[in-house]
Design a protein around this ligand. Structure first.
Ligand code: NAD
Length: 385
């Protein structure tokens, strides 16, 4: 049993605390807002009750799990922590003051982690006296259900700290992948074309939302099409992630945000949570049918998949993560039906390259440039034959 501290009892913090307690760790969950803590406690009790109802937990285990979490506003409760995971607001100056405060309380052997999605570990750890003990531990929402956790050592993190943190999260029965401290880590970087290229296809007038969604679910086996998924995530959140990845990559056109999504965000058409997004979720809304044209559907699917594979190749080329971890991340972080690199092998890397080369020639935009590693792989295969 370890002592785990979780800072921030919002969407992510409460989920991470639940995962830690379900794996029999003593947990301290801290928030500055008592009301948030009370709500988090009530929400956790409700979740545990549901798990008992579904016979996924015994009543005895459920009470034990609930008793393992201390909900408090007092940072001093962290003094025995072995690992502290911060999940507060995505703001560098607030994170800096919280990490300085935590470091003044915990022992020197305590590992410090951030659940940040878009800030660098290097920038967060810069305020620490001992930045070697800090890394990123990036859970996905909802944390108890999503298997993937990205482990992100910063430039100063020691190997011992990375190994120890990874082994704790592995012991929580999560699938961990190791990733360099680069914008979007694996998932939020590699997944960008799923949204961006779908929006581009729509903007060019090639197909409507429903047809693009149909192409991706029908031919690709994705659980949700891009527009259904953006409505589910929220166009405000999804747009902000794209914008932050675009800026962090020094405005590389591969990540360029879309006016269509920006306008939906500005208009308050955020998706499910506002009742309207690309689709209408209100009562009596009329469902829009896709145009089930096989040739068009395959063309859309091949284009988006080629862009996703190109992005996965880029992450591999730039040594952001291993081949296996890139595929694991997309299967377990966003539930893709297959890993993108294995998918490329299955359909033929030469086919992927030819789709990208055609797009690059047609548009002349840097956005469509095929990755050098993909080109190399095709060349090697041709030489081998
Ligand atoms: N929501 C997601 O889908 C998601 C997924 C992965 C990672 N993240 C990252 O996780 C972090 C938290 O996101 P969230 O969606 O859970 O946010 P949230 O807004 O739901 O919760 C943040 C909580 O932190 C509390 N807080 C603020 N300042 C604090 C302080 N100084 N000390 C203690 N508590 C404080 C707030 O009261 C709030 O309850 C962010 O860094 C975000 O980028 C979010």
């Amino acid at each position: 049993m370890k002592n785990i501290g979780v800072i921030g009892a919002g969407t992510m913090g409460i989920g991470i605390a639940q995962v830690a307690a379900q794996n029999w760790n003593q947990v301290v969950l801290i928030d500055t807002n008592q009301e948030v803590l009370d709500k988090a406690k009530a929400q956790l009790e409700k979740t545990l009750f549901k798990l008992v109802e579904k016979q996924k937990l015994t009543e005895a285990d459920s009470s034990k799990i609930a008793s393992l979490i201390e909900f408090t506003t007092n940072y001093d409760s962290l003094k025995n922590a072995d690992l502290v995971i911060e999940a507060i607001v995505e703001n560098i100056s607030v994170k800096h003051s919280v990490f300085s405060q935590i470091e003044s309380i915990v022992s020197t052997s305590c590992i410090l982690a951030s659940n940040t999605s878009s800030l660098s570990i290097a920038s967060i750890s810069s305020v620490l006296k001992n930045p070697e003990r800090m890394l990123g531990i990036h859970f996905f929402n909802p944390a108890p259900l999503m298997a993937l956790v990205e482990i992100i050592p910063g430039v100063q993190t020691t190997e011992e700290v990375t190994i120890a943190a990874k082994s704790i999260i592995d012991s929580w029965k999560k699938k961990t992948v190791l990733v360099k401290d680069t914008p979007g880590f694996i998932v939020n970087r590699v997944a960008r074309p799923f949204y961006g290229e779908a929006l581009r296809i729509y903007e060019e007038g090639i197909a409507d939302f429903a047809t693009i969604d149909w192409a991706m679910t029908h031919f690709g086996g994705f659980k949700m099409g891009p527009f259904t998924l953006m409505d589910y995530i929220g166009n405000d959140i999804n747009y902000t992630v794209t914008e932050s990845v675009f800026e962090a990559f020094y405005f590389d056109p591969r990540f360029k945000p879309s006016f269509t999504q920006k306008r939906h965000k500005e208009a308050g058409l955020l998706g499910r949570k506002t009742g309207k997004g690309y689709y209408d979720y209100q009562e009596n809304a009329i469902a829009i049918s896709p145009k089930e044209d096989v040739q068009l559907g395959e063309k859309i699917f091949n284009r988006i998949l080629a862009m996703l594979i190109n992005e996965a190749y880029d992450a591999l080329f730039m040594q952001v993560a291993s081949r296996e971890d890139i595929d694991t991340a997309m299967k377990f972080g966003v539930n893709y039906p297959k890993g993108l690199l294995e998918w490329a092998d299955e359909i033929g890397v030469d086919n992927v390259l030819s789709t990208l080369t055609d797009l690059f020639e047609e548009y002349g935009e840097d956005r469509y440039r095929p990755n050098p590693l993909l080109k190399r792989k095709v060349r090697e295969l041709q030489l081998g034959n």
